[in-house]
Design a protein. Structure first.
Length: 418
């Protein structure tokens, strides 16, 4: 009896636990990795996986993208200085009592120290450009104002005498010594007169470039530049001396030397920019190196005019430009050119920028008029020289004499960009 009760109690407890349990969750069938059973008679196959292709890197995500504005146009005011030009003294003032004597001290000379120093000259530069995705194009051009340095000195010969100095070619074994071609002289046979000299210079140039985005290092954008450049330098030196005699007669001696240098070349370079796209301060730097040819031309013209009894008698030949040193001479020469441009910028808005900076241009070979003045002149046989030095030398003889040319200074600019 007791065993039957225990058996019934155990059955009731087991049934209660079965009723209290949560029914099992039915899981959905798995897919994907499980092999798909093919129809009867075909080999099994694995399920296929598909992936989306990676998105192309475009815009700012593309390597070496142009991070500068898409389009820009600007203008700059330039205040520049040229390197001095070597030239012998063109005008000399000596004490009247020592005029014509050996070793007469110079009271004044033009130019002083045998160099022509130019003041700052104003100019303007324009630039524009357009950027595509990974490359851009730009163009720039500048023109400087005409620079003139001049002097005129005259005297009646009573206190000082005005002269054009030169070095006569001596005879065999003789050492050349400086002398003066006097245009005013004291004394009973004296005369009045003066000398004027003027040197002018003008520079302009332009370039067109393609640029390719490159690695950036401590900057917002860096570009490699390649393109074409033209650079033009024209200069003139003129000296005129006139002596006026008491009889009304006169003698005028003129020399003019004109030089023209035209550089055509290809160039490569690099530019880097920090900031400049949003309001605030920024910085821009570029430098380009060009190689090519410079066409050099020198024109030397000289005349002397005697006016006697009101009748002028004009003959070719001045003091410097005469004989084998007169006429036109030209040649082509290999040359190297370098430019540097440094700017500090400030953007009022993303579309308007102002800048202050420094620019430099260097051309390795130019012919300048001061360099073409001959070192010595054979004055024998020259009708306007009263006491010539006997010599059989063919001087002056033309010879190319070239040097490097530098123009550098400050820039102030404004740019509209988009």
């Amino acid at each position: 009896m007791r065993a039957a009760l225990l058996t019934c109690s155990l059955c009731l407890l087991t049934a209660a636990q079965a009723v209290a349990q949560t029914p099992p969750v039915t899981l959905p069938p798995t897919t994907g990795l499980a092999p798909t059973l093919p129809p009867t008679g075909q080999p099994p196959a694995l399920a296929e996986f598909t992936t989306q292709p990676p998105e192309a890197l475009t815009g700012s995500g593309r390597p070496f993208s142009m991070n500068a504005p898409q389009m820009w146009a600007g203008a700059e005011y330039m205040l520049m200085w040229y390197n001095p030009m070597d030239t012998p003294s063109l005008i000399r003032v000596v004490p009247a009592g020592m005029a014509g004597g050996a070793g007469a001290p110079a009271l004044s000379m033009f130019p002083s120290k045998s160099k022509v120093y130019y003041d700052g000259v104003s100019g303007v530069r324009f630039n524009l450009g357009y950027n595509f995705d990974t490359f851009g194009i730009d163009a720039s051009g500048f023109v400087m104002g005409r620079q003139v340095v001049s002097s005129t000195l005259a005297s009646d010969g009573t206190v000082v005498s005005v002269a054009r100095p030169y070095t006569p070619a001596g005879g065999a074994g003789a050492t050349p010594t400086d002398t003066d071609l006097l245009f005013s002289l004291p004394g009973p046979l004296g005369y009045s007169g003066g000398v004027s000299a003027s040197i002018s210079s003008q520079v302009y140039g332009f370039e067109i470039n393609a640029r390719r985005a490159w690695f950036t290092f401590m900057s917002d954008s860096t570009s490699v530049i390649g393109g074409l450049r033209y650079f033009d330098l024209q200069e003139t030196l003129g000296v005129t001396g006139t002596a006026l005699f008491p009889t009304g007669d006169s003698i005028t001696v003129q020399d003019s030397i004109r030089t023209h240098n035209s550089f055509y070349g290809t160039q490569i370079g690099v530019s880097t920019v920090y900031g400049g796209n949003e309001p605030g301060f920024g910085f821009a730097f570029s430098t380009k190196m060009g190689i090519g040819g410079v066409n050099q031309r020198v024109d030397l013209v000289g005349t002397n005019t005697f006016v006697t009894g009101g009748v002028p008698d004009l003959q070719p030949g001045g003091l410097y430009a005469r004989g084998l040193n007169a006429g036109s001479f030209s040649r082509g020469k290999f040359a190297y050119m370098q430019d540097v441009d440094l700017k500090f910028t400030y953007n009022f808005t993303s579309a308007f920028q102002v800048s202050f900076g420094y620019s430099l241009f260097y051309l390795s070979s130019v012919a300048r008029p001061g360099y073409q003045i001959p070192a010595t002149v054979n004055d024998s046989g020259i009708r306007f020289v009263a006491a010539p030095t006997a010599s059989s030398s063919p001087e002056p003889v033309f010879a190319w004499n070239t040097h490097g040319f530098v123009i550098q200074g400050m820039t102030f600019g404004a740019t509209f960009q988009y």
